[in-house]
Each structure stands twice: as structure tokens, then as C-alpha cells.
Write a protein that binds this ligand. Structure first.
Ligand code: SF4
Ligand code: SF4
Length: 269
């Protein structure tokens, strides 16, 4: 299949950004989170992105942004469905991976309780890594990915396929910042803006601090421990979903976005 034509299909379906990564570049992904864990004959990963309208970003924190966040996820689901259908119509296998997922589908680990709780959450598939490998953007000290056109104000989703597509070159080989994201110029604006102090500035995010800020009543230590306990017991996700209390089943209880708004890449807000 022609990579160029497939990208046209993705753009016709509404994608602002499209990149292709080869499955070989995911060797370092943790077990259970590799493209071949979804599709055993995977050859390529098509990553699509949608930018968040700046007029909405300017309102952050707001319900407009929260609604737009869910709207973009829904648009992305539609795009990856259409691209997958197109690939299947051409005789290839295609696995669309949703842009977001509820926490019971992620690998949840409570790493420590004192002096403060530390929680690790691994998404079933990292769209951010896929976007960087597909040459769309670069990691930042704030853990998110920036792209030249939208900065960090972009949502990604992926299609894992058996089609041997020509991959796009990554912007660079390391998973670091410095090319698009220049912290010395902005003074680590994203890190400073976080009201929860959830961004240490090393490329990671303190999930517990970020989540507690976004949904203090939902994202309690009990919430994370409950999911971890069920996962350790080997309870499958679709059963965990039934066992968890209703307010634990939401994909995201509350979005924030203050760190995204602070970044000057793409445009000064
Ligand atoms: S989403 Fe909000 S709380 Fe979470 S890291 Fe960004 S600014 Fe901090
Ligand atoms: S605010 Fe600065 S450090 Fe943060 S992502 Fe944007 S450019 Fe990089």
C-alpha cells in the first residue's frame, strides 16, 4: 500500500496530522504494550492528530475545554475507524487504538505511600511515543508531546496495521527535547503553570498529584489501590469495569489543561 495515499485518506477523514512509524521502532515498549500485542502481524503504525482550537484553549480552565477534549476524542475515534476500514478494504489487518481509555484498561501501580503517594499508570498503547517515532513531534519536560503547528494542544490516536507502509523519519533519534521545545527560552512555562506541582520537569508526570487536582473526590489512593488489587488478581478489564463503583468507571473525571495553555509553541496565547 502506498503510504502517501493512505495519508490522503486520513486527511480526507479529517486528520490534521498524519505520520507513519515502523513496528521495528517499538522494540523497547514494555511487554503487553507493543503494537504486536494488539496485532500479531503488525508492520506499521499510522498516527493521526487533531489540534485543539486556540479560542477554546484561551478559556482554560473551562467546561468549553472539557467538552472539546471529549469531542476531539470522539472525532479521532471516527477517523481511526475510517482509516482502519480503508485498510481492511485493501486486504490488510487494522487495529484502531482509541485516543483515551478508562483507568481499568491501564496498568496501575501504587509505587509508594510515604512521604506522599506515587502512582504509575501505563496506557495500553502510547500514542505519544508513536507520534514521536512517526516524526510528528517531540517529547518535552512536561511529559506531553509538542508538534510545530499546535504545540502540545493536540490529541493523537493510532491505527496498528499489517500494511508495510513507508515510515516517516523521526525528528531525531532520542526521546528528549531541544528541537521544538526549548525550555531555556520559555523558562519552563508549562512546569511553572501547573497548580498541582505535578510536573517535576524531567519528562515525567506525577500522576497522583495531577489526578488529585483534577478530581479530588474520585482519584483517591483508594481508587488506584482498588484497580491495582483487581489487576494483580488477574481480573480481566471488562470484569473490573463491572466491579468498580460507578464513579470509578469514567474515562477522565475532569480535565485541566493549564500546562498546555502555558506553552508558547504554535502561537503565543
Ligand atoms: S493537567 Fe493540570 S494538574 Fe495535570 S499536569 Fe497539567 S497543569 Fe498540572
Ligand atoms: S512550555 Fe516550554 S518547556 Fe514546556 S513544552 Fe512548551 S516550550 Fe517546552
Amino acid at each position: 500500500m502506498d503510504s502517501k495515499k493512505l495519508k490522503e485518506e486520513a486527511r480526507k477523514a479529517g486528520a490534521h496530522l498524519v505520520g507513519v512509524a515502523s513496528v521495528d521502532r517499538f522494540k523497547e515498549a514494555p511487554k503487553g504494550h507493543k503494537p504486536t500485542d494488539f496485532l500479531s502481524n503488525a508492520e506499521s503504525i499510522v498516527v493521526v492528530g487533531l489540534g485543539i482550537p486556540l479560542s477554546i484553549v484561551k478559556t482554560i480552565p473551562s467546561s468549553y475545554y472539557e467538552e472539546m477534549y471529549h469531542q476531539l476524542n470522539s472525532e479521532l475515534r471516527s477517523i481511526i475507524y475510517r482509516v482502519s476500514s480503508h485498510l481492511e478494504g485493501e486486504g490488510f489487518d487494522a487495529f484502531p487504538v482509541n485516543p483515551d481509555e478508562p483507568d481499568y484498561l491501564r496498568e496501575v501501580k501504587v509505587l509508594e505511600m510515604k512521604p506522599e503517594p506515587k502512582v504509575k499508570m501505563i496506557a495500553s498503547f502510547s500514542h505519544r511515543h508513536a507520534a514521536v517515532i512517526a516524526g510528528l513531534g517531540e517529547f518535552t519536560p512536561a511529559s506531553y508531546v509538542v508538534v510545530p503547528r499546535f504545540g502540545p494542544r493536540v490529541r493523537f490516536a493510532s491505527i496498528i496495521t499489517s500494511a508495510p507502509l513507508k515510515p516517516d523519519p523521526p525528528l531525531k533519534n532520542e526521546f528528549t527535547w531541544g528541537l521544538i521545545c526549548k525550555p531555556d527560552k520559555c523558562g519552563f512555562a508549562c512546569i511553572k503553570a501547573c497548580p498541582a506541582k505535578a510536573l517535576p520537569g524531567d519528562g515525567s508526570i506525577d500522576q497522583f498529584k495531577c489526578r488529585s487536582y483534577r478530581g479530588p473526590k474520585t482519584y483517591t489512593l483508594k481508587y488506584f489501590k482498588e484497580i491495582e488489587k483487581l489487576q494483580v488478581k488477574g481480573v480481566p478489564p471488562h470484569i473490573i469495569r463491572l466491579i468498580l463503583p460507578a464513579n470509578y468507571r469514567l474515562p477522565v473525571a475532569q480535565v485541566c489543561g493549564i500546562c498546555l495553555k502555558a506553552c508558547p509553541i504554535g502561537i503565543e496565547i
